[in-house]
Design a protein around this ligand. Structure first.
Ligand code: ATP
Ligand code: MG
Length: 174
C-alpha cells in the first residue's frame, strides 16, 4: 500500500485545512521545534485507528481537536483524510472525524464503517498505526532496547501478519 495524500483539518496544530502529497520512497519530516512534525505522524496513526492516548500524547481522544490559542478560537471537530493506493492499484480513501461530545466516525471510500474494519484494512496491508514504516522520534532507540517479545511484535507488523492475531483474539473471545 502506498499513502499518496493526507488532508488535515482541526487536528492538533493543523487548524486550517492542509493537504500534503507523499511521494514514493522514504519521506522525512523536518522543521523547527514545535512546528508539528510529530503531530503529522500522529495524524497518520490516528486515521488508521490509533486510540491510545499515550501514542497521541494526549489525555483523552478529544485532545486531538485544535484547542485554540490566544488569537484563534478552538475548533469543534478534527478530521483527517488519507488517500492511498492498495497493492492492486485500487484507490483507498479513509476518513476519521471526531466531534466534541460525539466520538469518532470512520468512512472508507464514502461508506460508514467500524473502527475495527479500518484497523484490519491497514493491519493486513502491513501499514497499520503501529507499522514500522512510521518511524517517530525515539523509535530507533526503542527498537534497540526492546524485549524479545516486543521485537517479535514489530517483525510481525512488518511481515503483515498482525491482522491474523487480531482476528484470532476476536474469535477466541466469542
Ligand atoms: P519537536 O521538534 O520539538 O519534536 P514537533 O515539530 O514534533 O517538535 P509537535 O510536537 O508535532 O512539534 O507540535 C507541537 C505543537 O502542537 C505545540 O505547539 C502544541 O501546542 C501544538 N498542539 C498539540 N496539540 C494541540 C491541540 N489540540 N490544539 C492546538 N495546538 C496543539
Ligand atoms: Mg516531535
Amino acid at each position: 500500500m502506498q499513502i499518496k495524500r493526507l488532508k488535515l483539518s482541526g487536528f492538533k496544530s493543523f487548524v486550517e485545512p492542509a493537504e500534503l502529497r507523499i511521494e514514493p520512497g522514504l519521506t522525512g519530516v523536518v522543521g523547527p521545534n514545535g512546528c508539528g512534525k510529530s503531530n503529522l505522524l500522529e495524524a497518520i496513526r490516528w486515521v488508521m485507528g490509533e486510540n491510545s492516548p499515550k501514542s497521541m500524547r494526549s489525555g483523552g481522544m478529544e485532545d486531538v481537536i485544535f484547542a485554540g490559542t490566544e488569537s484563534r478560537p478552538p475548533r469543534d471537530f478534527a478530521e483527517v483524510v488519507l488517500h492511498a493506493e492498495d497493492d492492486d492499484g485500487e484507490d483507498l480513501d479513509v476518513t476519521r472525524r471526531i466531534e466534541r461530545g460525539a466520538g469518532s466516525a470512520y468512512r472508507v471510500n464514502g461508506n460508514d464503517v467500524r473502527a475495527k474494519d479500518v484497523s484490519l484494512t491497514f493491519a493486513d496491508a502491513a501499514t497499520g498505526a503501529h507499522s514500522p514504516a512510521l518511524v517517530s522520534q525515539g523509535k530507533i532507540a526503542q527498537v534497540i532496547a526492546a524485549k524479545p517479545a516486543e521485537r517479535r511484535q514489530m517483525l510481525e507488523e512488518a511481515a503483515g501478519i498482525a491482522g491474523l492475531h487480531v482476528r484470532r483474539r476476536d474469535a477466541e473471545s466469542k
